[in-house]
Design a protein around this ligand. Structure first.
Ligand code: GLC
Length: 431
């Protein structure tokens, strides 16, 4: 599985598999409900009940440059923003609807300045667009729809015409791909056939439109098309190994949240620690994947303190360890499994191996699959302090009087764990 390159796809993933780490942003009027971006349907709200979020949406502290700075300082290289989520609300000034930010107290296109801010910091830009729409009058009522249990469901559903919705969907994707510069990623979300799948969305036609406008845009895999996607997108779980389709490796990106919901959630208590998040990033890259880590800004337009604390913590780690992430992937199988509680990442260009220690052992670290004569030098990344190798055969002889062959490399660790959540040893290999 390792070191076999995924087959090329139409989208340009060359920068993507190098950059490895992006920021997902879920922001919309649901942020004001502050209890999950699906609240409209979870609580089976009518349009009228949901209306206050539209009427009072006023993100007066919105500063896209501050978001871009936070992302960039955390080591993220690209971002993906929700242009429209399932509630149908649009953050950009779409000509095809009134249900948009320009008609709220925010009174402006919120997407354009965000794209400018992130691009100004050299980051790539992705647009998430919901295929689902709980506001559009032609979107038929299905099992996910807020009105699914409405006593008048049938009457409410009659006259809805998905072909009109399809025109709207295609038209909006056209707007986004023509009016907002070079879009690097298009993230459509999501299908649930047989109710809503390729026929409902007109996926094949939509796909053609997308490729005709942006031939090399990276497309995710949620249009319910057997081919045509560039990346697979495991959500809220870590795969056991690199993602494969029909036995062949593919380009993939895990998307993960800080606390479970994607939109701002005031009361969730299940926030992951910085250490856990860094480990998730490392784990992902060690399997050849990308991590798209989500933030849910508040209705005021800010990244809250919990978010900033995590982003700063990740940034602190990245400052010292980014070499072990960018340009890195799964280590060759010939290196054998990594030591206990560790992950390997590998830069195939510089031929450096990175050993990430999720737990700090006492004394020795055994790289069983790496012969000592292959190792030119090793050091801790955080301070470039040398890590010595130990002649394990002689050492065993000293304490037990017995000589047992060891074909791997033993490294001698300091007793104290370096002051970083996930220490990394960089191993320079010969040839
Ligand atoms: C899901 C959810 C959604 C979120 C998305 C991110 O499909 O519907 O709320 O936007 O995943 O991957």
């Amino acid at each position: 599985m390792s070191q076999i390159q995924p087959d090329p796809t139409p989208g340009d993933t060359s920068w993507f598999t190098h950059d490895r780490f992006g920021m997902f942003i879920h922001w919309g009027i649901y942020s004001m409900g502050a209890r999950h971006e699906w609240l409209k349907t979870r609580e089976e709200m009518s349009d009228a009940a949901y209306a206050p979020y539209f009427d009072y949406f006023d993100p007066d502290l919105y500063d896209p440059d501050a978001w871009a700075e936070a992302a960039s300082d955390a080591g993220m290289k690209y971002f993906v923003i929700t242009t429209k989520h399932h509630d149908g609300f649009c953050l950009w000034d779409s000509e095809l609807t009134d249900y948009k930010a320009t008609n709220t107290p925010a009174n402006r296109d919120l997407i354009r300045p965000m794209l400018d801010a992130f691009r100004n910091r050299g980051m790539r830009a992705g647009l998430y667009h919901s295929l689902i729409d709980w506001h559009h009058p032609d979107f038929t009522i299905d099992r996910h729809h807020p009105q699914r249990n409405h006593p008048d469901r049938e009457a409410l559903d009659s006259g809805r015409d998905m072909s009109r919705y399809r025109d709207y969907l295609h038209g909006q994707v056209r707007e986004l791909l023509t009016g907002y510069g070079d879009v690097d990623i298009l993230w459509c979300d999501f299908s649930y056939p047989p109710e809503k799948g390729r026929d409902a969305w007109g996926s094949e036609e939509l796909y053609k439109i997308i490729r005709s406008l942006r031939p090399n845009v990276i497309m995710n895999d949620r249009l319910d098309l057997p081919a045509g996607w560039d990346i697979k997108t495991p959500e809220q779980f870590q795969p056991r190994h690199g993602v494969e389709v029909n036995g062949k490796p593919v380009v993939w990106e895990a998307c993960q949240t800080f606390s479970g919901s994607w939109g701002y959630h005031r009361d969730e208590a299940s926030w992951k620690s910085t250490e856990m998040l860094v480990q998730m990033l490392v784990d992902t890259v060690s399997m050849g994947g990308n991590l798209l880590l989500n933030v849910g800004p508040t209705g005021r337009g800010e990244l809250d303190a919990r978010t900033m604390e995590r982003l700063r913590g990740i940034g602190k780690w990245m400052r010292y360890h980014k070499k072990a992430i960018y340009g890195c992937t799964e280590a060759p199988e010939s290196f054998g499994p990594p030591p206990k509680d560790c992950r390997y990442t590998w830069n195939p260009v510089t031929k450096r191996l990175y050993v990430h220690l999720f737990a700090w052992p006492f004394g020795q670290l055994y790289l069983d699959g790496i012969a000592p004569e292959r190792v030119a030098y090793a050091h801790l990344l955080n301070d470039a302090s040398e890590v010595l190798r130990q002649d394990i055969e002689a050492w065993q002889h000293d304490f037990s009087g017995e000589k047992r062959a060891y074909n791997g490399t033993a490294l001698r660790l300091p007793v104290l764990k370096p002051d970083t959540c996930v220490p990394v040893i960089e191993v320079m290999l010969k040839d």
